[in-house]
Design a protein around this ligand. Structure first.
Ligand code: PMP
Length: 360
């Protein structure tokens, strides 16, 4: 069976090898005569899955020993609340950089917990860009600085992160975690829903510097990082199937040559589609400023809404899935996460060129 050209923004394409392996093991996981979904989360077999996911995350992202890895539920959206609940000192407030709708949502939740200052925002210019580092200003005594490393809806991505010194830098990396090498030690906390680069929905990865984990008896148990850190993310029943699939995606990432190799492949894939935009003599217009372009979500428009509709219809007829822009910005968006094959990006770039030649 041919696989769909899946450009969904998340949940998104998973590696075919991962799906085949999961299929093979579905009824009988490693000779247990049970599906991985049927194992007790306290069993030896499941512990191995859980430990493998943790160990591979640490290895692939080169996560230092002074960081804890947590596998949680509630999506990145719950982190919008857990981050301020655990880390926002109401006397100091917290600083947020606004680069799109997800940052706005993070701010909305933080404001329920304590004072928030906006350290920079590109809202006035329609979120076309990441702010220049020189334009970002935070209160020297703020609890933390929060940013969204890749803006899934607008198609912008940070190329270089601010130096925050002793202030913890916190990043929502939902849509670009493990797509490129990063220095984890630059961050106090990183969080990401798995459903783009890491696996299916249902598990959220949190990487937190150990000194930021505090026991706060006033917090609801499940909302405290301390609870999950002190129980190896097994305080309650974890999403076992999602973590199993996460472990398979991590194995696949390692087999591909690890994050630096994935980064190279991602650059090549993105270039195919950005070239189709840049060489179209203005037929396609990229939403993001060039120096803020995302290698994960490529957003563009056509000269009219009629042509956009025609493009999306013909693309769908040719088997391209998920190319409509987010409902809040319209236009088109191709999400090309780690698991989207090079050939699928090539097929899209060729379709774009063909469509331009017959419609301009
Ligand atoms: N942050 C970003 C950057 C996202 O792209 C998304 C989901 N598309 C979210 C947060 C919300 O994630 P979740 O649905 O896992 O809560």
């Amino acid at each position: 069976m041919a696989r769909a050209y899946n450009f969904n923004a998340g949940p998104a394409a998973l590696p075919e090898e991962v799906l085949l392996k999961a299929q093979k093991e579905f009824l009988d996981f490693e000779g247990s005569h049970m599906s991985v979904m049927e194992l007790s989360h306290r069993s030896k077999e499941y512990s191995q899955v859980h430990d493998k996911a943790n160990a591979l995350l640490r290895e692939l992202m080169e996560i230092p020993e002074n960081y804890e890895i947590l596998l949680l539920q509630g999506g990145a959206s719950l982190q919008f609340s857990m981050v301020p609940l655990n880390l926002l000192d109401r006397n100091l407030g917290a600083s947020y950089i606004l680069t799109g709708s997800w940052s706005e949502k993070a701010v909305k939740e933080a404001k329920r917990i304590g004072p928030v200052e906006i350290a920079a925002s590109t809202k006035a210019s329609g979120y076309h860009a990441i702010p220049p580092l020189a334009n970002i200003h935070w209160n020297k005594e703020t609890s933390y600085v929060h940013l969204t490393s890749n803006n899934t809806i607008y198609g912008t991505q940070w190329q270089e992160y601010p130096q925050t010194g002793h202030i913890p830098l916190i990043a929502d990396m939902s849509s670009d975690i493990m797509s490129k090498k990063i220095d984890v030690s630059r961050f106090g906390l990183i969080y990401a829903g798995a459903q783009k680069n890491l696996g299916p929905s249902g598990v959220t990865v949190v990487i937190i510097r150990k000194d930021l984990i505090k026991k706060d008896e006033s917090l609801p148990t499940m909302l405290s990082y301390h609870t999950h850190a002190s129980s190896g993310s097994l305080y309650n029943t974890p999403p076992t199937l999602a973590i199993y699939l996460l472990s398979l995606v991590l194995e696949w990432t390692k087999d591909k040559g690890g994050v630096s190799q994935i980064e190279k492949l991602n650059q090549q894939k993105a270039k195919l589609i950005y070239d189709a935009i840049d060489e179209s003599n203005g037929f396609y217009t990229g939403h993001a400023d060039r120096d803020s372009r995302s290698n994960m979500n490529i957003t563009f428009t056509l000269p009219s809404s009629e042509l956009t509709d025609k493009f999306l219809q013909e693309a769908a007829d040719e088997g391209f899935i998920g190319l409509s822009g987010h409902r809040s910005v319209g236009g088109c968006r191709a999400s090309i996460y780690n698991a989207v094959p090079h050939e699928h990006c090539l097929a899209l770039a060729e379709f774009m060129k063909k469509f331009k030649n017959t419609n301009s």
